[in-house]
Write a protein that binds this ligand. Structure first.
Ligand code: PEP
Length: 255
């Protein structure tokens, strides 16, 4: 019912040449991968070239960010219509690095998501607690607040187009993955909150897990009923590693 979505977030890695070289190595590895959606989010500078390199394949292009305004005096920013120009199907918004390092609020994330939807780009909306928040028992309150704020401008009829990425901050880039059971518990909570907001459509919204996903843990994560994909940083930088993730590699076996 929900097509799994595996997305690579390259952050500030890979120039144009490296991005195109990745595509040339990666596409043959996933050419016969069926029943999954595969998304690559390179830096802005590589979007055009990577878009050409994956053209004609089933792999989709994503941006890592967007500005909510359509145009104007916003030096250094990129609008949703500019991303449409480059063929982006998705854009990541509210990544914890942007929330923490660039002070992005839920309200700002909501405006970005709305701008993307208005231009036919699907937002991947990230939420997740810090270690401090988890240890203080605030995980569910925090996730609820982030969801309410970040999805505030999503029209009911467009709910199915959004993707939620649950990314516990303590698991991002740390090698410390949430256990499948812990991740499932939060994913189920997210779906329940989505149902309160969007009704039946919540059953069709895809919820990705992110945080040190690797070929040897993807299988057990994807086996959980409410985990519909992964948002992958470090392990998406090598074609072979990300291709194994796309295939829910079983060599690590169920944990
Ligand atoms: C991310 O950047 O969204 C992420 C989950 O990174 P990593 O896979 O490296 O933890």
């Amino acid at each position: 019912m929900r097509t799994p979505i595996l997305a690579a977030n390259w952050k500030m890695h890979k120039d144009v040449g490296e991005s195109v070289a990745f595509a040339e190595a990666f596409l043959p590895l996933v050419a016969d991968a069926e029943g999954v959606e595969v998304v690559l989010a390179p830096p802005f500078t590589a979007l055009a070239s990577l878009g050409q390199a994956i053209h004609g394949s089933a792999v989709r292009l994503a941006a890592q960010n967007v500005h909510p305004e359509p145009k104007g005096a916003f030096t250094g920013e990129i609008s949703a219509s500019m991303l449409v120009d480059l063929g982006c199907a998705y854009a990541i918004v509210g990544h914890s690095e942007r929330r923490a390092l660039f002070a992005e609020s839920d309200e700002f994330v909501a405006r970005k998501a709305a701008a993307l939807l208005a231009h036919g780009i699907r937002p991947i909306v990230c939420v997740g607690e810090t270690l401090e928040q988890r240890e203080a028992g605030r995980t569910f309150d925090l996730i609820e607040t982030q969801l309410e704020g970040s999805l505030a401008l999503v029209p009911h009829a467009r709910a199915e187009e959004i993707v939620i990425a649950y990314e516990p901050v303590w698991a991002i880039g740390t090698g410390r993955t949430a256990t499948p059971e812990l991740a499932q518990e939060v994913h189920a909570f997210i779906r329940e909150r989505l149902a309160k907001r969007f009704g039946d459509a919540a059953a069709r919204v895809r919820i990705q897990y992110g945080g040190s996903v690797k070929p040897d843990n993807v299988y057990s994560l994807m086996a959980q009923p409410d985990i519909d994909g992964a948002l992958v940083g470090g392990a998406s930088l090598e074609p072979d590693s990300f291709a194994r993730i796309v295939r829910f590699d079983r060599t690590g076996g169920p944990e």
